[in-house]
Design a protein. Structure first.
Length: 230
């Protein structure tokens, strides 16, 4: 299977939003939160990398979106960032278990950086069709790195069951929102409840720390789903 680039757009420094299509299939089916794997020959060896899908499953067709951070010395992202519309890359079908286990249960979604990608997919797919409350705690360093900020703000405006909590670790003087790491806002989001599910996505140190906090707070591991970006 191949993925053909339709367009890409820089949405923050070193971060691009990609739109691909899979021309070999009439319709690309996947569960929100899953990933696709790209592969290719890099420096004489085959490299495969997995990337979370950042869009809801298409009603028809095979288009899908990714949100990728450029790793200058990485094995694959420099190649993807050099792709032009019409270029193709080898792709494996969507896979992954980072999906809502209980769509009818209130959930807290915790992301940093491009770990926001699977949550964009999940929220775009589920907000219109479910009543449970989703709280998205999204942490980045700077305000201009709040990926898809306007989309999430619009979701929060349109859907009473969605709370968007962006937080900055290096806020500018004009920032009036939340500050600090995502961990600092967990207690407020939980509000003493025990009937919540948690989905965590981002770099390993954050994911491990949040998991430890939740376990120490008494949450069962079955309530905690995570995906790490090394």
């Amino acid at each position: 299977m191949q993925a053909r680039l339709i367009e890409s757009l820089e949405i923050a420094s070193g971060v691009r939003h990609f739109v691909f299509e899979a021309p070999d299939v009439p319709k690309l089916d996947f569960i929100p939160g899953q990933f696709v794997s790209f592969s290719g020959m890099m420096n004489g060896r085959e490299i495969t990398r997995a990337y979370s899908i950042a869009s809801a499953p298409p009603v028809s067709g095979s288009r899908f979106e990714l949100c990728l951070n450029l790793v200058p010395d990485g094995a694959f992202t420099p190649y993807l960032f050099e792709m032009k519309p019409g270029d193709v890359v080898e792709m494996r079908p969507p896979l992954g278990q980072f999906t809502l286990r209980h769509p009818d249960r209130d959930s807290i979604l915790i992301a940093t950086g491009t770990g926001i990608a699977p949550f964009r997919s999940i929220l775009k797919a589920h907000l219109k069709h479910t009543s449970p409350v989703f709280t998205l705690i999204f942490g980045v360093r700077h305000e201009n790195s709040l990926l898809y900020r306007s989309e999430f703000e619009e979701m929060a405006h349109c859907f009473s069951n969605f709370r968007f909590w962006p937080t900055l670790t290096r806020p500018g003087p004009d920032w009036t929102g939340r500050t600090g790491r995502v961990q600092a806002h967990l207690t407020e989001a939980i509000a003493g409840r025990r009937d919540l599910d948690f989905l965590i996505c981002g770099l390993k140190p954050m994911v491990d720390d949040v998991r430890t906090i939740l376990k120490q707070a008494g949450f069962d591991r079955k309530q905690i789903l995570y995906e790490k970006y090394d």
